[in-house]
Design a protein around this ligand. Sequence first.
Ligand SMILES: Nc1nc2c([nH]c(=O)n2[C@H]2C[C@H](O)[C@@H](COP(=O)(O)OP(=O)(O)OP(=O)(O)O)O2)c(=O)[nH]1
Length: 331
Amino acid sequence: MSDAIFAPLQAGDLTLRALRAEDAAELHRLVNDWEVARMLARVPFPYSRALADEWIASTRAQIEAGTAWHLAIVRDEALVGCVGLTTARERPRHAELGYWVARRHWGQGIGPRAAGRLARWALANLDLDEIHASVLEENARSAAVLARIGFQEDGWAEQDFTARNARLPVRRFRAGRAELSAGPEPAAPAPAPAAAPAGASLLLVVACGLVDADGRVLLARRPEGKPMAGLWEFPGGKVGPGETPEAALIRELQEELGIDVSAACLAPFAFASHPLEGRHLLMPLYLCRRWGGTPEGREGQALAWVRPNRLGDYAMPPADKPLVALLRDFL
Ligand SMILES: Nc1nc2c([nH]c(=O)n2[C@H]2C[C@H](O)[C@@H](COP(=O)(O)OP(=O)(O)OP(=O)(O)O)O2)c(=O)[nH]1
């Protein structure tokens, strides 16, 4: 079996990839360990070899169905644990994160690196706003991992633990974009999203609604590693010192999408004005119907051509909401 169903993710010296049938023997050996199984809600103990085969097949089916991503954590070609994310069927745009690391690899920072990478990848690439996780009350090690990634504790619950045949208290954690998209090392508390203080400096960003011959508008997905990763936006970027808005937009459209636009084809349309991370965003939006070349995500960002009446289906930064309404009416 190949990894065609999932492009592996790197997290330092760790690789996160789809589980393969040939991982079953090693997976069985590592998870059939009371010290590992007793902390995991859904893992039975003893864990049968046949279950490893079934579990791996089911994880591959889930990835293909887009419902869950349970991945092998691999270092130097060896399986060292698993990390997984399951979308919540009853709560749209929410998912649940879990992981385990084989006992002999404990204390090496594998949990935070693997779980942090999968969580950040998921927010940037899946249609999610929040990730949740549960940790058995006595599992302080796992709670520390979540805190290190940026998760915040938000209450208690009870969960059935198969290996213990008992219902036990768990600590609940959550994280959204503000907590997770900053980068691999969290720590810095998320800035308050409240209104910018009086006199907050202006952030001038210029953006463009590219409109094709069918009246569809191009949206680009903010990539992993940037603030608000995973949200869809109008292509554009910050106006540099000494740049005019039009020159900045022409530069950004070339850098991000590889297209050539002339100033004469940029029609001023509307603007957004919104507090943003302690500053105040002022964002002129231009419309453009003529350009040279074919837009492609030069920085690895996903692109979508969207009919105006479907723009509401795409999660966008809060500043963009009024622009979406204006565009829908205009186009
Ligand atoms: N391009 C764009 N940016 C938006 C939109 N809505 C919105 O709030 N923003 C915000 C997100 C960012 O904080 C800021 C744009 O900054 P950016 O970091 O993406 O710009 P850039 O391309 O110059 O990136 P960089 O070189 O600084 O990484 O404006 C939008 O529709 N399009």
